[in-house]
Design a protein around this ligand. Structure first.
Ligand code: AP5
Ligand code: ZN
Length: 211
């Protein structure tokens, strides 16, 4: 968990590969549907472009579907889900049905100014989805992915006014989950400021007792 731009996707990639479990990112699944032009993507795009949450019925059905796939049987890392109390309650039901439980909720703590800096400089590869940053993690050649030569683009929801709105949505709807998970004793918070590799180190250290 953490606000938009906290580095959830970036860290999830490293942590999931470190733990050899799949990374399940609702944002990534929505964006894949948008770029393929599926009905789900067309519906989700309206909300994403405005910086609002996609309705729960759509999001929950999509996560149920994803968790039913074979690679999720030995564990998984959720990125961007749950994002409100209803989603958290349904996740509990889904986990119960799967005869499993949440081991830990990792919160990336970072301030709003840093979030705006990170999101306004974010660039994503159209081909391999790798996420770059124009200042903090720049590709060798501007606009071109070092990994696959793909074209880099700026997300539609990374405009400054949409970023501010996403932060409000986070505070109103998602931040209450921090208390929800803290009360259960599964929340671990780490300082997400500083270079990517230092944050990864902190995350892996914080997760060690649970992995
Ligand atoms: P989603 O894709 O989940 O977006 P988000 O939560 O707003 O998070 P971001 O992807 O913007 O940021 P991040 O924390 O992953 O940061 P990143 O690692 O990229 O959701 C998008 C939309 O989909 C939502 O608005 C909603 O409409 C919909 N949606 C998704 N899930 C939903 C749900 N459950 N319910 C309803 N709707 C849902 O890093 C950001 C940038 O910073 C990058 O450029 C990166 O290179 C750079 N960076 C990362 N770490 C560092 C560091 N330590 N130092 C310097 N730069 C860094
Ligand atoms: Zn690429």
């Amino acid at each position: 968990m953490g606000p938009p731009g906290a580095g959830k996707g970036t860290q999830a990639q490293f942590i999931a590969s470190h733990l050899s479990i799949p990374k399940i990112s609702t944002g990534d699944i929505f964006r894949a549907n948008v770029s393929q032009g599926t009905p789900l993507g067309q519906e989700a795009k309206k909300y994403m472009d405005a910086g609002d949450l996609v309705p729960d019925e759509i999001t929950i059905a999509m996560v149920k579907d994803r968790l039913a796939q074979d690679d999720a049987v030995d564990g998984f890392l959720l990125d961007g889900f749950p994002r409100n109390v209803r989603q958290a309650e349904v996740l509990d039901e889904m986990l119960l049905e799967m005869d499993t439980k949440l081991d830990v909720v990792l919160e990336l703590v970072v301030d709003d100014d840093e979030v705006v800096r990170r999101l306004s400089g974010r660039r994503t590869c159209r081909k391999c989805n790798h996420v770059w940053h124009v200042d903090f993690d720049p590709p060798t050649k501007p606009g071109v992915c070092d990994h696959c030569g793909g074209e880099l683009f700026q997300r539609d929801d990374d405009r400054e006014e949409t970023i501010r709105h996403r932060l409000e949505v986070y505070q109103e709807q998602t931040a209450p989950l921090i208390g929800f998970y803290a009360e259960r004793g599964v929340l671990v918070g780490i300082d997400a400021a500083g270079p990517v590799d230092e944050v990864t180190e902190r995350a892996i250290t914080a997760l060690r007792p649970f992995s």
